[in-house]
Design a protein around this ligand. Structure first.
Ligand code: TMP
Ligand code: ZN
Length: 405
C-alpha cells in the first residue's frame, strides 16, 4: 500500500488508468522507442482526506527546458490572470513597497500585471524555456524549483514577501510540506498566500477524470488543504470558486490567527461533507462513472468510424493524454489533433502517437466531428469556430457527460 504524501498513513488506491505516458510528452517518431511510461493510479487517504497519485513521476522528467505548455496561449486565461492580479493589488497588497512572489510563474501571464505597475515581483519557474519567455517580457524570473533553500535566498536578497501566488502549480509539487515550510520563511507575518488549482469537488461532480495525470500529484479540497497548512501554523481564511480549468478553487492562506476566516470556508466544508469527499464510497462511485464515460465515448467514436465520418481532436491538452490512453483512442478513431502551440505541432501525442497539426489544417478541411479535448475552453473555442458549425460540423464533448453538440 502506498504511503500518504501528506500524513504518511497508508492508504488503498481506488483506481488505475493503466500504463500512461507523460501528459506533456509530445514526441517525434524517432523518440517513440524510448518513450517513458508509468502506472497512473490514484488514491484517497482517509486520515488526512488528500486525494493523490500513488506513483509519482520525477519532476525533472516533466518540467524542463522543453516544457511545451505556455500559459499565454488562451485569451480567456490571460483575462482570468488579469482579474486575479487586480484582486491581489486591491485587497492583499497593503504595504508601501510591496513584494510579490509567484511560484510556477510560467511565461509571466500573471506577474506582467505587477511588472506593469512597477510593483516589486519575482517569478519562480523551473521550466527554462517558459521562464525565458517571461524574462524577455521584462518580468523578474528565476529558473528554480520553489523550496526552503530558495525561500531563504530570496529573503536574504529581497526581503520577505507580502503576497505569494501560485496558479496551477501547488498540486504539481509532491513535497508540499517543503512548500509550506518555504511559505513560512518567505511570507511576512501579516502576508497572504493565494493559490488556485482544479477543485476535487468539480472533478468528482463532472466526472472530469482527465484532470488526473502525472503533473497533478494532488486533487485538493478545502478539507485536505486545511489539514496540510495547519501542520505549518497556517490556515485557510478564504476560498473563491473559479470557472477556469473546468472548475478550480482559489485558497487564501495566512499565518494562523492573523486574519478573519470567511464564512465561505465553512460553507465549502459543508458542501464537501454533502458531496462525501471524506468517504471511500464516493471514490468508488467516481470510478464507476469514469468507466461508464469511457465506454460511451469509445462506443460513439467507433460508431462514427463505421459510418465513415471524420473525427479530429481539438486542442492537444495535457488532460487529453489521460483520455486518449485510458480509452485506447488511436489515429484510426481520431485522425489528428489541431493545436495552436508551435512546440506541439508536427509531433505526436504521448502514448497513442496521434499526429498534432496546426490549426490551419483543421480549418482547411473541416471534419464531420471535432472531439473537444480542451472542453475547459469550450466557450472560447466554440465561440471562434462558428464557421465549423456553419459547415455542418459537430462537437463531441465528454465532460460532464458524453454529448454531441
Ligand atoms: P490545457 O488545457 O492543458 O491548458 O492546454 C491547452 C492547449 O489547448 C494548448 O496546447 C493550446 C490548445 N488550444 C488550442 O489549440 N486552441 C484554442 O483555442 C485554445 C484555447 C487552446
Ligand atoms: Zn494522508
Amino acid at each position: 500500500m502506498p504511503k500518504c504524501l501528506i500524513c504518511e498513513d497508508q492508504y488503498q488506491p481506488f483506481m488505475s488508468f493503466g500504463r500512461m505516458p507523460l501528459a506533456n510528452g509530445f514526441l517525434t517518431a524517432e523518440q517513440f522507442a524510448d518513450e517513458y511510461f508509468y502506472e497512473l493510479k490514484i488514491g484517497f487517504c482517509p486520515a488526512c482526506k488528500m486525494v493523490q497519485l500513488a506513483e509519482l513521476v520525477d519532476p525533472e522528467k516533466m518540467f524542463h527546458a522543453n516544457y511545451p505548455f505556455y500559459s499565454s496561449t488562451s485569451t480567456r486565461m490571460a483575462a482570468h490572470f488579469g482579474e486575479f492580479a487586480e484582486l491581489v493589488m486591491a485587497k492583499y497588497l497593503n504595504s508601501s513597497d510591496p513584494f510579490v512572489v509567484e511560484m510556477g510563474s510560467n511565461d509571466g501571464i500573471m506577474l506582467q500585471h505587477f511588472a506593469g505597475r512597477q510593483i516589486r515581483h519575482l517569478g519562480v519557474e523551473p521550466s527554462g524555456n517558459v521562464a525565458q519567455r517571461a524574462v524577455e517580457k521584462g518580468i523578474q524570473t528565476i529558473c528554480r524549483f520553489f523550496d526552503q533553500e530558495l525561500a531563504r535566498d530570496i529573503v536574504a536578497e529581497q526581503g520577505q514577501a507580502d503576497v505569494l501566488l501560485g496558479a496551477n502549480v501547488m498540486c504539481h509539487i509532491p513535497d508540499l510540506h517543503s512548500v509550506a515550510a518555504a511559505v513560512r520563511i518567505l511570507l511576512k507575518p501579516g502576508g497572504f498566500l493565494l493559490f488556485e488549482d482544479p477543485y476535487l469537488g468539480d472533478t468528482i461532480e463532472k466526472t472530469a477524470y482527465d484532470q488526473i495525470y502525472d503533473e497533478h500529484a494532488f486533487y485538493f479540497s478545502v478539507s485536505s488543504v486545511s489539514y496540510l497548512f495547519e501542520q505549518h501554523g497556517l490556515e485557510v481564511i478564504d476560498v473563491l470558486a473559479q470557472p477556469v480549468h473546468g472548475g478550480s478553487m482559489r485558497y487564501v492562506i495566512a499565518p494562523r490567527g492573523t486574519a478573519k476566516v470567511s464564512e465561505r470556508v465553512l460553507a465549502l466544508r459543508a458542501r464537501e461533507e454533502e458531496l462525501g469527499v471524506h468517504k471511500a464510497e464516493t471514490y468508488e462511485r467516481f470510478r464507476c462513472s469514469v468507466e461508464r464515460s469511457r465506454d460511451e465515448l469509445v462506443r460513439l467514436l467507433r460508431a462514427l468510424k463505421e459510418e465513415g465520418k471524420r473525427v479530429v481532436g481539438y486542442a492537444a491538452t495535457s488532460k487529453s493524454t489521460t483520455v486518449i490512453n485510458y480509452c485506447g483512442l488511436t489515429s484510426e478513431l481520431v485522425e489528428f489533433i489541431s493545436d495552436t502551440t508551435p512546440a506541439k505541432q508536427g509531433k505526436f501525442t504521448p502514448g497513442a502517437h496521434i499526429p498534432v497539426k496546426p490549426h490551419k489544417e483543421f480549418t482547411a478541411n473541416y471534419p464531420d466531428y471535432a472531439l473537444l479535448f480542451g472542453w475547459n475552453h469550450a466557450e472560447e473555442i466554440m465561440g471562434k469556430e462558428q464557421e465549423f458549425k456553419a459547415n455542418g460540423g459537430k462537437w463531441i464533448v465528454y465532460v460532464p457527460g458524453v454529448q454531441v453538440i
